[in-house]
Ligand binder design. Structure first.
Ligand code: KIV
Length: 270
């Protein structure tokens, strides 16, 4: 088990992989939930660009902006003391040029206080990852289903099933490792593909919808809490029904107010 009294560093994740200890990651988008998640002892907190769909109601992550990610990164930072804080780089903030990527990722680290950034893509983004690592920016990779390419991929589809696709994903992950990424998210792929990737590289794999062989797991907090009950997927395990709790609490409040039961004397000042 990692030392719960010390902040988690990028190097600790590799040590955990070596020791066969699972890495626990979750998303957070604000200080309140970030503090709850951090206090629970997770290793990595990711400010995912999924904030754009989960909290902001957009259909995809594509319209997330750099300012939006910096805003959420800053408020999440206030709640995180121990976990490794990683911020998703939004679409077009790192794909256009290496110069752009350095400036934007650097801005994210400077303005949020996070320890790392995450970028999507494999071999195509490896030179950028290398350039970022060379100026001291820790990078988490992300291969398999990459939400910023949802249209190119024809929707939310499991990746790695086509002939040669498994080998391509393995090559993508190896390229990220060689470029200096400290870990890589594996999203939506068959368990055997994720296992091959995990065995092929020394940096940890963090899976979402990619089976049990990954070195760690990540889920979107609002999905696993059952707060965002508009989203469901085979891979998702709901650990609570917060949407149900919110609906019944609001209903009870409504009924109390309409019936004149709230506030009663115990909630009123003299
Ligand atoms: O945006 C996000 O929340 C993510 C995780 C699901 C890996 O990229």
């Amino acid at each position: 088990m990692p030392d719960k009294s010390k902040p988690v560093r990028t190097v600790d994740l590799k040590v955990m992989k070596g020791a066969g200890e699972k890495i626990v990651a979750l998303t957070a988008y604000d200080a309140l939930f970030a503090a709850l998640v951090d206090e629970s002892g997770v290793d990595v907190i990711l400010v995912g660009d999924s904030v754009n769909t989960v909290l902001c109601g957009e259909a995809t992550t594509l319209s997330a902006t750099l300012d939006q990610m910096i805003y959420h990164g800053r408020i999440v930072r206030k709640g995180v003391r121990r976990a490794l804080l990683t911020i998703d780089m939004p679409y077009l903030s790192y794909q256009v040029s290496i110069e752009d990527a350095k400036r934007n990722c650097g801005r994210v680290l400077k303005e949020t206080g996070a320890e790392a950034v995450k970028v999507e893509g494999g071999r195509s983004v490896a030179p950028t990852v290398n350039a970022l690592v060379e100026i001291g920016i820790p990078v988490m990779g992300h291969v398999g289903f990459t939400p910023q390419s949802v249209h190119a991929m024809g929707g939310h589809r499991v990746q790695g099933r086509a002939v040669g696709a498994k080998e391509r994903i393995v090559e993508d992950a190896k390229a990220l490792e060689q470029a200096g990424a400290f870990s890589v998210v594996l999203e939506l792929m068959p368990s055997d593909v994720a296992q091959s990737v995990t065995e092929a590289i020394d940096i940890p794999t963090i899976g979402i919808g990619s089976g049990p062989s990954c070195d760690g797991q990540v889920l979107v907090l609002h999905d696993m809490l059952g707060l965002n009950d508009r989203f469901s997927a085979k891979f998702l395990k709901r650990y609570a029904d917060l949407a149900g709790s919110v609906r019944s609490a609001v209903k009870a409040y409504e009924e109390d107010v309409r019936a004149g039961r709230y506030p009663d004397v115990s909630h009123a000042y003299e």
